[in-house]
Design a protein around this ligand. Structure first.
Ligand code: F6R
Length: 242
């Protein structure tokens, strides 16, 4: 695991964008898994700026989202599909056939999880999994538990995760779905490269546990320690407990 501490969230975003740009330049038909949330927003802005300057050609890249709320269709403003489209994919001009997302409103969530896992396998797996980290140590929506699911699955969100996502629902906690579908830890860790990003002092304690603590299912992000080609990009504040 390579740990890279940058001076600011902006510097983290720039470095992450540079790593992604280099990977796409090396192999234009990459499959990239992306998180939603506050942390990747500066990265997405950076990618849009770089693209506008024609530094990166995304026309052959496939984009997968890591997770999705159950019950929300693609057009729901708080869906992770809509989030990624709005903050990254539309500004980049990504075509529909390059976008692979989970249907939160599928009638059968278990079947939808299996369909998504198959879509990932059909595409040859994920090349780069970009990850955020929840304050409870989750990656994707793999919440701390005694047993983690290896593959894409239906799950119940931790109360803390629902609270952390309330901002997407106008701060109305009751509107935040209780269930989600997420890539599993084996799906994520089967990616050829993993890029975990964390910024801000609030993430410092969990970053410390994930990187310097034991590998444990109580901190799903600690499993990233086992990946042979993982990069952890932190700003100074998130790295302050290391
Ligand atoms: C969401 C996801 C989550 C977030 C994590 C951090 O797609 O995969 O694991 O990355 O909850 O969220 P922020 O960046 O909002 O702190």
């Amino acid at each position: 695991m390579h740990i890279d501490v940058q001076p600011s969230p902006r510097a983290v975003a720039r470095e992450a964008a540079r790593l992604i740009a280099d990977a796409v330049a090396d192999r234009p038909s990459l499959a990239i898994a992306l998180p939603t949330g506050q942390t990747p927003l500066p990265l997405y802005r950076e990618l849009i700026v770089s693209y506008a300057q024609s530094k990166i050609d995304f026309s052959q890249v496939s984009f997968f989202n890591l997770d999705e709320f159950v019950g929300l269709g693609h057009t729901h403003a708080a869906s992770y599909h809509a989030f990624l489209k709005h903050h990254l994919l539309d500004p980049l001009g990504i075509r529909a056939n390059q976008i692979f997302t989970i249907r939160g409103d599928a009638r059968d969530s278990v079947a939808e999880a299996a369909r998504y896992e198959q879509a990932i396998a059909k595409r040859g797996g994920i090349d780069i999994a970009v990850l955020g980290i929840g304050a409870n140590g989750h990656i994707g929506f793999n919440e701390p538990a005694r047993h983690l699911h290896p593959r894409t699955h239906l799950l119940t969100l931790a109360p803390a995760t629902r609270r952390a996502n309330a901002w997407l629902f106008g701060d109305r906690l009751r509107d935040v779905p209780r269930q989600a579908i997420s890539m599993g830890v084996a799906t994520i860790l089967s990616a050829r490269g993993v890029l975990l990003i964390a910024t801000g002092a609030a993430k410092a304690p969990i970053v410390h546990r994930a990187i310097q603590g034991p590998v444990t299912t109580s901190v799903p992000a600690s499993l990233v320690q086992l990946h042979p080609d993982a990069i952890v990009l932190l700003d100074k504040a998130a790295a302050s407990r290391l």
